[in-house]
Design a protein around this ligand. Structure first.
Ligand code: S3P
Length: 450
């Protein structure tokens, strides 16, 4: 067995389950958690964070902030404090920075380091070492950073930040909040205005949090897309952060409740930021009974509770323009589509091929292993729904991808026969208590990981 083979002890099996019921909270939003630690490290003084996601990806970012000179502590009540060093104040790390499975952590911190005159080496696991970094290497090189990367712009790589970063105007060729955020993070320590032009708007947590920390950031619609302009060299002031529940994690219990007959659950306190809520719109269009309750604003993000009841779903065409707002949710949507009546067509999602795994290929082969027909194209897939009668009984290869693992476990709760995923250990990157929480709702999961 090689170091990256899934451990035979980490397989997990989801069994056909009785009706799910209960009220839950899902862990804190992963995107917001990474950013809270990073902006906390750049503010002068203490940033207090409530509801931080304590998944492996975010813990790797916390450790990185320590290596770069910030003091990061966890209190007994589960809140966290970051004592930042100020924009421009990061220190050179003595050891390589290890991001594990996390593309978000790695790419955002590349932006951060690029704006400081320090050198750092970025390492990660086999999945992260396969993912493209050229998309951040290109703009950050324009801003004055220097990279030594593996062939094809892959990690491990070593980055030397710019002695004096250049503010740029960068039109991102990919719809990626990670690229936008990396450029803005480098722009924080550049004299002048750094502008990112997004052809398609992506999640805006960086912009919201930068404003909350006192940076001057303006957004306007230009002829080539949304223009986000940041004035460099601000003094960032700490601001308390309440991290809302992660809609990408909530997707798993929500879809499970839609699929398992007789279910009714409530998921409390998730962000329905419009750049993140595409899955919920889509599931409602498919006939999902999802009631949005108690809409409110918390920590600068729109937040709500969801009541979800078992529903008969129908297949739809998912508009490609919606892709950015549900980019991490296509695998679990494909599982929902397998139970729907009719075809569900997903297009404009070629970015799924460069996530923690090639999610189009991994999803399609997981569906086939469970008796569901799917047609794969370069930038999409069409799932032939089985109107509630999915055979299951398959063994699914997760390719070190937490969302592939959770999606097919959800399938197993509602299929006729159990579904096994080869490796459940990666679930801890984003949703540490997934198995406990699903069991609490009444789902049946057997395995040896958690
Ligand atoms: C994220 C952006 C998305 C998403 C990822 C988190 C972020 O990636 O898939 O899970 O926090 O900025 P891309 O920016 O590559 O689309």
């Amino acid at each position: 067995m090689t170091a990256h083979s899934p451990s035979p002890h980490a397989s997990l099996t989801a069994e056909p389950s009785r009706a799910l019921g209960g009220t839950i909270r899902v862990p804190g939003d992963k995107s917001i958690s990474h950013r809270a630690l990073i902006f906390g490290a750049l503010a002068v003084g203490e940033t207090r964070i409530r509801g931080l996601l304590e998944g492996e990806d975010v813990l790797a970012t916390a450790e990185t902030m320590r290596r770069l000179g910030a003091r990061v502590t966890r209190h007994e009540d589960g809140t966290w404090s970051v004592f930042g060093v100020g924009v421009g104040g990061l220190q050179e790390p003595a050891v390589p920075l290890d991001f594990g499975n996390s593309g978000t952590g790695a790419r955002l911190v590349m932006g951060l380091v690029a704006g400081h005159p320090i050198t750092a080496t970025f390492i990660g696991d086999a999945s992260l070492s396969r993912r493209p970094m050229g998309r951040v290497i290109d703009p950050l090189t324009e801003m004055g950073a220097r990279f030594h990367a593996r062939e094809g712009g892959k990690m491990p790589l070593t980055l030397t930040g710019a002695p004096r970063a250049l503010p740029v105007t960068y039109r991102s060729p990919v719809a990626s909040a990670q690229v936008k955020s990396a450029v803005l993070l480098a722009g924080l320590n550049a004299p002048g205005v750094t502008t990112v032009i997004e052809p398609v708007p992506t999640r805006d947590h960086t912009e919201r949090m930068l404003r909350a920390f006192g940076a001057h950031i303006e957004t306007k619609q230009g002829k080539d897309g949304l223009e986000i302009s940041l004035t460099g060299e601000p003094e960032l002031t700490p601001c308390p952060i309440a991290v809302p529940g992660d809609p990408s994690s909530a997707a798993f219990p929500v879809v499970a409740a839609l699929l398992v007959p007789g279910s009714e659950i409530v998921v409390q306190g998730i962000t329905l930021n419009p750049h993140r809520a595409g899955l919920y719109t889509t599931l409602k269009e498919m006939g999902g009974d999802i009631e949005v309750m108690n809409q409110r604003e918390e920590g600068g993000e729109p937040v709500a509770d969801l009541r979800v009841r078992h529903s008969r779903l129908k297949g739809i065409d998912v508009p490609p323009a919606r892709a950015a707002s549900m980019i991490d949710e296509y695998p679990v949507l494909a599982v929902a589509a397998a139970f729907a009546e009719g075809e569900t067509r997903m297009t404009g999602i070629h970015e799924l091929r460069v996530k923690e795994s090639d999610r189009i290929a991994a999803t399609a082969s997981g569906l086939r292993a469970n008796g569901v027909k799917v047609h794969e194209s370069e930038d999409g897939m069409v799932v032939e729904g089985r109107a509630g009668a999915v055979g299951g009984g398959g063994h699914v290869a997760t390719h070190m991808d937490h969302r592939i693992a959770m999606s097919f476990l959800v399938m197993g709760f509602a299929a006729e026969k159990p579904v096994t995923v080869d490796d459940g250990s990666m679930i801890a990157t984003s949703f540490p208590d997934f198995t406990g929480l699903m069991r609490g709702l009444g789902a049946s999961l057997v395995g040896q990981t958690q």
